[in-house]
Design a binder for this molecule. Structure first.
Ligand code: 5GP
Length: 184
């Protein structure tokens, strides 16, 4: 089992290292090349889902050699701290108009896919020219709906993880890697 690097290894709530900082940056460089090629000649609008996607969005955006624009929306899903119900409330809406834009929705992690399914319906209704999804992490085996992800960073095992934007009660978002969270 891999452990988080020092000094984070002293935190007993952090379990197995799932994806290292180097693995994340290598994968984002690959995704950046792929997306740059796919969107050549176009100016996509990246839509980030706050708060979790902000770290990924910042690194992904700098790997794209395209004239991109950004926007963000914040959603809160009803449910317990570690399980979503699929009922989503928009806490902060987009500032920009999506009409005829090539929209790339940037997600931190897709678990059941219920949050994504809601967002996809919501954004499609605004009349974009295209809508694709780039998710850094997808949890294996939990999808309740067809995910239809154009770009995926990593498939990860069924444990609750933190770091690289992902939190527990707003903590751990700034870890440069992703590790299993093990309370108590
Ligand atoms: P879904 O609707 O796909 O079940 O859940 C997606 C949302 O749940 C993510 O955007 C994220 O906010 C949260 N989530 C799912 N799995 C994890 C996890 O392992 N760690 C953290 N911190 N959040 C998660």
């Amino acid at each position: 089992m891999r452990r988080p690097p020092a000094p984070y290894d002293a935190d007993t709530r952090l379990g197995e290292l799932v994806v290292s900082e180097d693995e994340i940056s290598a994968r984002i460089a690959q995704l950046g090349k792929e997306i740059t090629a796919d969107y050549a000649g176009r100016a996509p609008l990246l839509v980030g889902v706050l708060k979790g996607a902000f770290v990924f969005m910042a690194d992904l955006a700098r790997s794209l050699e395209l004239p991109i624009e950004f926007d963000f929306m914040a959603v809160s899903s009803y449910g317990s701290a570690t399980k979503t119900s699929g009922v989503v409330r928009i806490v902060k809406d987009l500032d920009l108009d999506l009409t005829d834009r090539d929209v790339l929705l940037v997600e931190d992690i897709v678990d059941s896919g219920l949050t994504l399914a809601y967002l996809r319906r919501n954004l499609i209704a605004r009349g974009p020219a295209s809508l694709e999804v780039c998710a850094l992490f997808v949890r294996e085996g939990n999808a309740a709906v067809d995910l239809d992800l154009r770009y995926t960073g990593f498939r990860i095992p069924p444990a609750f993880v933190v770091g690289y934007g992902l939190d527990v009660d707003e903590r751990y978002r700034n870890l440069p890697f992703v590790a299993v969270y093990q309370p108590g």
